[in-house]
Design a binder for this molecule. Structure first.
Ligand code: ZN
Length: 536
């Protein structure tokens, strides 16, 4: 009975809330622009990269004007990129300033131009990723994360064969990257620029490439067992065995056995890592040690989020903290240490990247899953903070991009084949033809001249089963394909897909919508969609 009553209350409260929001969304004659935005109940934001705004005062102004026409309220601008380069005139870390930006303070220009037209700026930092030649790793290789073999993330592979180009830094180590480099970067921005908020990205472990691999640096090997208090630091020589009172051996966990093996200090990195990933806390019990590994990682990321917010608010309590997070905080906690639903005390706005690239199904399935995921995200944080649904425009066009990628890949494979391999060449020639067929109709419709041009090149490289095809011909086709990809004709990427995605996110009634990213809107020629969809 109590439960039913509770449900009834929730239901009525829900209806009341909807009516309340609806009543609030009706515009009044006296409303200012700012009021209107609040009443609309939907903030519009955009992720953008330095190349989007250019390197002159005029180009920054032009970009901001484009954002204004698209009714963008917040620009989330990348100011520390994935190789650790900075896009402001850092006094503390001048050695990390991006090449070419030594005399152009992009952040300063952007903040000034944006504020002049009433747009807010979030300074977006890629947190734990650095470049192999970046200043942080060059000066402090000891701050990098290590795998059980004692190697950095540079030893990983992207896909089957490409070397992984980024260095992930250890979030846990103190003193280390977190307290000596990353948090000071946040502090410098807030102290010197009038940004409205700072913005976390890559606020996690590198789990997408090696979910179980990191970090096993010396600091972490010591602190993972310490985090879980698997042994006592007082009377370390006293070790206790499990008292088998209950028949299920793990049910005796509370009898206080010493969980860290007696020979721990004598084990090498690989043995310690193996125990942390595969050991049993209770001898004879389940292999549950890695629970503490996951808990340690989520704890380290949460600690960093808390410390950053405390540092930022100490300098200026009015500056906000927002974060780009993966779509599901529960699976993210396990795979990348990102238990973001637990960061409510330190995050002012959540911006989950609910991109189509993180969903397996068709475009139509994505629309439903986007609504469902956004609803669940707000449920996970119990609506304790504003949440903006993050949509990546480029990933919406999987079907449209696929034939280009297929052609590019097949051309590459063709180029690698010896002239004598007639069977292999015929196979690649036919695959190129087939990929081209899947895009030919759209090309004819939106760019008939380019269809003729690309079509005739496809004929040249595929005629006669590719027996007489030359590397120069393949190169020319590859170049044409690449050029088309960066500058497709208008409407080649259907505006409908972005519109329907925004509508799908809206069904969940998020506090805002954020689009990734400025550059892809330009490339795919989709600014018009925002100009219409984001109009009050
Ligand atoms: Zn570490």
């Amino acid at each position: 009975m109590k439960t039913i009553k509770g449900q009834m209350f929730k239901k009525f409260f829900g209806i009341f809330l909807v009516l309340f929001i609806f009543a609030n969304s009706l515009p009044t004659a006296s409303a200012t622009a700012e009021d209107k935005k609040v009443q609309r109940g939907e903030v519009h934001a955009l992720w953008a990269h330095p190349p989007d705004v250019g390197m002159t005062a005029e180009s920054v102004r032009a970009f901001v004007a484009q954002c204004k026409r698209a009714h963008i309220d917040v620009i989330v601008m990348d100011v520390k990129d994935s190789i650790g380069a900075l896009y402001w005139k850092s006094k503390r870390f001048p050695q990390a300033i991006a090449k070419g930006y030594e005399n152009f303070d992009m952040l300063e220009h952007l903040v000034r131009e944006s504020h002049a037209v009433g747009i807010k700026v979030d300074a977006w930092l890629v947190d734990y990723m650095e470049g192999a030649n970046g200043a942080a790793f060059r000066e402090h290789p000891e701050w990098a994360q290590l795998n059980p073999d004692g190697e950095t993330t540079l030893s990983e592979k992207l896909g089957k064969k490409n070397p992984y180009p980024y260095v992930w830094m250890c979030p846990a180590r103190r003193p280390g990257y977190t307290d000596q480099w990353l948090i000071p970067l946040y502090e410098e921005i807030v102290a010197n620029y009038k940004v409205d908020s700072v913005h976390h990205d890559y606020v996690r472990y590198m789990g997408d490439v090696a979910p179980e691999g990191y970090c096993f640096c010396d600091y972490c090997l010591k602190h993972i067992p310490r985090h879980a208090m698997l042994s006592y630091e007082t009377r370390p020589e006293e070790r206790y065995r499990v008292k088998p009172g209950q028949p299920r051996i793990e049910a005796n966990w509370w009898s206080d056995p010493t969980m860290l093996p007696a020979d721990w200090d004598k084990r090498d990195r690989r043995e310690k890592a193996d125990y942390i990933l595969n050991g049993s806390t209770i001898p004879g019990g389940p292999a549950d040690m890695r629970y503490f590994f996951y808990d340690y990682r989520t704890h380290q990321i949460e600690k960093f989020v808390r410390e950053t917010t405390e540092a930022v608010k100490r300098i200026n309590p009015k500056v906000g903290v927002s974060a780009a997070v993966f779509k599901n905080p529960i699976t993210s906690a396990r795979f990348i240490g990102q238990h973001w639903d637990q960061w409510i005390p330190w995050i002012d706005v959540y911006m989950p990247m609910t991109y189509r690239s993180h969903f397996a199904g068709s475009f139509e399935s994505y629309l439903d899953h986007l609504t469902e995921s956004t609803e669940r995200q707000m449920e996970w944080i119990r609506r304790g903070r504003p949440l903006y649904a993050g949509i990546a425009s480029n990933y919406l066009y999987r079907e449209e991009y696929q034939p280009f990628d297929d052609m590019r890949d097949r051309i590459g494979e063709f180029q690698a084949l010896p002239v004598a391999d007639t069977k292999g060449r015929a196979e690649k020639a036919n695959a190129i033809k087939a990929a081209y067929e899947t895009m030919r109709q759209r090309l004819t419709q939106f760019a008939p001249e380019r269809e003729r041009e690309i079509g005739s090149l496809v004929n040249t490289v595929t005629v006669n089963d590719g027996r007489s095809t030359t590397p120069a011909q393949l190169d020319e086709l590859a170049k044409k394909i690449a050029a088309f990809r960066v500058d497709p004709p208008k409407e080649f990427f259907p505006a409908e897909k972005l519109k329907r995605s925004i509508e799908a996110a809206r069904k969940a009634k998020p506090d805002g919508i954020i689009i990734f990213a400025g550059g892809s809107l330009t490339r795919e020629k989709l600014w018009q969609v925002l100009e219409e969809e984001f109009k009050d």
